[in-house]
Design a protein around this ligand. Sequence first.
Ligand code: ZN
Length: 400
Amino acid sequence: MMDIQAKIKSQTEKIFPELVELRREIHKHPELAYEEYRTAKLISEYLNALGLEVQEGVAKTGVVAHLKGEKKSEHSKVVALRADIDALPMPEETSHHFRSTIEGKMHACGHDAHTAIMLGVAKILSALKNHFGGTVKFIFQPSEEKLPGGAKPMLDEGVFENPKPDVVFGQHCIPQVPVGKLGFYAGAMMAASDELYFTIRGVGGHGSAPHRAKDPIVAAVQLVTALQTIVSRNMPPQEAVVVSICAIHGGSATNIIPNEVKLMGTLRTMNETLRKDAWQRLEEITHYTAKAMGVEAELEIRKGYPVLVNDKTVTEFAMACAREYVGEENTIVPEPIMGAEDFAYFLQVCKGTFWQLGVGNEAKGIVHNIHSTRFDIDEEAIAIGAGFTSYLTYKYLTLQ
Ligand code: ZN
């Protein structure tokens, strides 16, 4: 008799061509945040055909489905699995026959693969449902790429009720991790991200007579420099914090002092306390630098996703399963990254873990980062993602 891992591996192998087709079908038809109607239809049709209870239109274009195990068990658990389904507003520059057919839109973050993988998990676990008890909750989430994200609205609509999950799992394609490998990190793995918008208002005038103006350009550059002290002087050196001013707009000629300068930037923090401390310093430095320079300044902080914190025990459990499934040498601990991900909201209300799925392959030229017009994945990762997620879910549901 085959053990469960062998059963999952053979199921995965059997449906692999179908999953690749699904991924390519989604890839050809990328849809932006909250416009994922075609993708949502494909997802619900697939899940309906498997006989799952499917709920459509959750947070507009999200899909939720439940699979019930049929084995009698005393400890009936609920495992939530999340895949994000949206694409990006950017052109695709690959030469694949299945490249985007929609001008200016591309699945450049691998959400097409995340979706195909999770559909695969639904099929694999459906075929094995007499081997486990409990429930698997599949969450297909819209709008990961665009603030305020789809995770929070799904939670507000009760995605974590009826039944309430004991644990939540998710993953992301990472081209810097070679295909075959899975990366796990216990603790804060991804940053909180906030958007910064500054407006500096002075009084314009002739460039030859600065004493009759209030120069917002000199104030803006003083401010950019002063903001660097948040990381260098206010934050503990052991902690990762980023303040980057990435845009500066103002002025039109060599001899005109403008009325106004606008700056845009980003704040990244790995800890919610330091995040709030940084907000306060941003406000203070903006206000007082402007005051010192005789101009007025306004700062708008658009709050983004929170810090993504993986539960230690759950992450260790997932790593132990990964060692069994992909081997010790393929189970790695990556560096935390300063990118943000709204899976963080799910982890705020339920313990769980989010891992990195290796999709890179230098030999095949698959090296371009996410959000690149040439982003690509080694499709073997779909089989690893689907097989491993199925194995981990089974192991959790059958945990005594
Ligand atoms: Zn992404």
